[in-house]
Design a binder for this molecule. Structure first.
Ligand code: ZN
Length: 299
């Protein structure tokens, strides 16, 4: 089945992959894997993992997971962009147990004033709280705003973020944030207001003082494949304690003209290890432990 959907963040696109109601039986049932093992054959006890990927945006998630496993990437945390995305991710988690964590949220670079969509995602979050691992991707818009409005995102966007943060606290879930530049500082204040204990600022771009405040709260930040080539991201690695660093692809977001995949994570990790003068296994172990802390052991 092929669905067409218009998405303000990513432009009109053709989305492939089946759409399942949460209650619907899954075609083909459960794939190989279990909640505790068999995630990637002879993976080490602390394998690589991808902290932020849009698994439902690939036309063949099974192939993406197979390539990840072959590369030694045992687990990924898949983030939602809207209600339909939440439902697709729930189906993928059930199909690939132990290998896919899921977050329910509404991407902030969308039309945040669509209250029906906000309510739908919040309802899905409550209804499937036992299976949902985190709240995300939520945050504040930046790229869709005119440059003159970026320092002060619309109040509706802050209200929507607050609603998700309150839900995360109530349900005991970590928050996966899209909040960059001015948005990072504002989101940090909202996290404090809501009392969010565990959060990940994905692909962070922020001033050094904002980064310092994020780190002092104990939150995580991540780097993407950009760390292979971009000075800004390499600099971020040097400023963040390894115990608060995560690795992500944000796939299928393209890097160097190619759609990123979780299978790229070992290359990202190798770049981080080289920057820090550590061996790759040390980075891998620490980043895995970071994931266990972010997800309260649900990894
Ligand atoms: Zn994303």
């Amino acid at each position: 089945m092929v669905m067409r959907q218009t998405d303000t963040a990513f432009g009109p696109r053709q989305m492939t992959g089946a759409f399942f109601a949460p209650e619907a039986p899954l075609p083909g049932g459960e794939e190989k894997g279990s909640p505790t093992g068999d995630r990637c054959g002879d993976c080490p006890a602390s394998p690589w993992w991808d902290a932020h990927v849009h698994l439902d945006r690939y036309s063949d998630p099974k192939a993406v997971l197979a390539r990840a496993r072959a590369a030694g990437v045992a687990f990924l945390l898949a983030v939602a962009t809207d209600a339909a995305s939440c439902r697709r991710l729930l189906a993928l988690k059930r199909r690939f147990p132990g290998r896919v964590g899921i977050a329910f949220g509404l991407h902030p670079e969308r039309k945040i004033w669509n209250r029906d969509e906000v309510e739908s995602v919040l309802e899905l979050l409550e209804a499937h709280a036992d299976e949902v691992d985190a709240v995300g991707e939520v945050g504040l818009p930046h790229y869709i705003l005119p440059e003159t409005e970026r320092a002060r995102p619309p109040w509706e966007a802050v209200e929507v973020l607050d609603a998700f943060l309150d839900a995360a606290v109530r349900l005991g879930k970590p928050v996966l944030l899209h909040a960059v530049y001015h948005g990072a500082s504002i989101a940090l204040e909202r996290l404090r207001r809501a009392g969010v204990a565990r959060a990940h600022f994905h692909w962070l771009k922020a001033e050094p003082d904002v980064l310092a405040r994020i780190l002092s709260e104990g939150y995580f930040v991540s780097v993407t494949p950009d760390v292979l080539v971009r000075a800004r991201d390499r600099d971020l690695v040097r400023r963040v304690p390894l115990a608060q660093l995560l690795l992500e692809t944000d796939g299928p977001w393209p890097f160097d003209g190619q759609p990123a995949e979780p299978a790229w994570i070992p290359r990202v990790g190798a770049a981080v290890a080289a920057l820090l003068g550590l061996d790759e296994a040390a980075v891998r172990r620490t980043v895995w432990e970071n994931g266990r802390r972010l997800l309260n052991g649900r990894i």
